[in-house]
Ligand binder design. Structure first.
Ligand SMILES: O=C(O)C1=C[C@@H](OP(=O)(O)O)[C@@H](O)[C@H](O)C1
Ligand SMILES: C=C(OP(=O)(O)O)C(=O)O
Length: 436
């Protein structure tokens, strides 16, 4: 447990920040680099608890991976050289590691057993075990293989056509990764677009993949070849600082080289619609991923409705957007976000409970929340539920609270943003008021 007391910001937020590498893209770089033939160099890789799980997972399968700060070298020899691990693979807290690696393990002709921490052990796996079993993978575990720990016997997969029943990039990615090993064509049909980093990176590694208006087809016909990956800054991490600049009066902050893939930029659309001033400069595209600098300046904010197709484009940003909405005039309504109940914690319940406890007017619904703005935040004792996104949202809330905000445990932040508090200190001048 690492309790932290945070004091309100006494001045506007300003300056420039380099945001650490994108977590989703970092996971995918390890996976595809490990399955490819040749050496893959990954620049600006996110070193965090979650990505460490994916690195360790592939090391257990026999892949040599060298780490030098945020530079990673993966020495791939193709999937036929991967070994049956002698010990269970630990996925920790990482849903992405679990779902995507299950897609790979289903394709390999080996036996593996996999497990996670108490939070991941409660998150559903049937969403990937279902389609991967249909392809021929064999799974066993509690509740018909819905929960970790799981036993997996892979190999002999056949392509299927699979219409996604949930809005999930992890499920899409697991089936596509299984498709890399399957006889025939594997097709995933996605009605509402979710993050497409897997598709972009598979293409960059030379896979036979095509996306025709949400019908994504892949075959096993082309072996993956190593390619270098440059990881953009994670917009889901930048989101906390975008929110901070949007709610602390007179602030103006620039976040450098952040990933701007359209499937991830819902937060820019919503903050702009609320009235924040946002500009983007220095755009470039590498390996199918666009980067750019985002500048956010404080302006008076108005409530908005967040629903429908935009939800997967900002799913991890909803807790911090709810915080921003407490400072906007009028109601903000969030709908179609039922997936939030299945994350590291139930993020609808956690956001409502904790923001209410520090003075916000917010109510939960089955698939979202309604926030009545604007209201002053008082401060006080809060809980992070061992969820990094809730912990960082509460840290941002402290900037505008009337009194200190105490967060019961901030250690979960290492899951996606180990340097979060260093970066927060850089942009607020009264950092000496941090206390543990
Ligand atoms: O594919 C990914 O890297 C992710 C997809 C999303 O999950 P779902 O696919 O479950 O929506 C997101 O919430 C998670 O943080 C990362
Ligand atoms: C939901 C998240 O990650 P994962 O599903 O990989 O645990 C997240 O990072 O917010």
């Amino acid at each position: 447990m690492k309790e932290l007391t945070l004091a309100p910001a006494q001045s506007p937020i300003s300056g420039k920040l380099q945001i650490p590498g994108d977590k989703s893209i970092s996971h995918r770089a390890i996976i595809l680099g490990s399955l490819a033939t040749g050496t893959t160099t990954v620049t600006d890789f996110l070193r965090s608890e979650d990505t460490r799980r994916t690195v360790e997972g592939f090391r257990q399968l026999g892949v040599k991976i060298e780490e030098n700060d945020s530079l990673l070298k993966i020495y791939g020899n193709g999937p036929t050289t991967l070994n049956e691990p002698s010990n269970p693979i630990y996925f920790g807290n990482s849903g992405t590691t679990a779902r995507l690696m299950l897609g790979v393990l289903a394709g390999l002709p080996i036996f593996t057993s996999v497990y996670g921490d108490p939070h991941l052990t409660q998150r559903p796996m049937d969403r990937v075990v279902g389609p991967l079993s249909e392809m021929g993978g064999k799974f066993d575990g509690r509740n018909n293989g819905n929960y970790l720990p799981l036993a997996v016997r892979g190999g002999n997969l056949k392509g299927i056509q699979y219409k996604l029943p949930v809005k999930s990039a992890q499920v899409k990615s697991a089936v596509l990764l299984g498709g890399l090993f399957a006889e025939g064509t594997t097709e995933v049909i996605e009605e509402i677009p979710s993050r497409n980093h897997t598709e972009n990176m598979l293409r960059a590694f030379g896979a036979d993949i095509a996306d025709n208006d949400g019908h994504i087809r892949i075959t096993n016909e082309r072996a993956l070849m190593a390619t270098d990956v440059i990881v953009p800054g994670d917009i889901s991490s930048a989101a906390f600082f975008m929110a901070a600049a949007a709610i602390v009066p007179e602030s103006k902050l620039t976040l450098l080289r952040v990933g701007l893939n359209h499937s991830r930029t819902g937060i820019i659309d919503v903050l702009s619609e609320m009235g924040a001033q946002i500009s983007i400069t220095n755009q470039q595209t590498v390996g199918g991923e666009t980067f750019g600098d985002i500048t956010v300046a404080h302006r008076p904010l108005n409530g908005v409705v967040i629903e429908g197709e935009i939800i997967p484009r900002l799913i991890d940003e909803i807790p911090v957007l709810a915080l921003v909405a407490t400072q906007a005039k009028g109601n903000t309504v969030i709908r179609d976000a039922e997936e939030l109940r299945l994350k590291e914690t139930d993020r609808i319940a956690a956001t409502v409970e904790e923001l209410t406890s520090i003075g916000a007017k917010i109510e939960g619904t089955d698939d979202g929340m309604v926030i009545k703005g604007s209201s002053d935040l008082t401060g006080g004792q809060t809980k992070a539920y061992n969820d990094h996104r809730i912990a960082m949202m509460l840290a941002v809330a402290s900037l505008i609270a009337k009194q200190n905000v105490v967060i019961d445990d901030v250690s979960s932040i290492d899951i996606s943003y180990p340097n979060f508090f260093w970066d927060l200190r850089k942009i607020i001048s009264n950092h000496s008021t941090f206390a543990t």
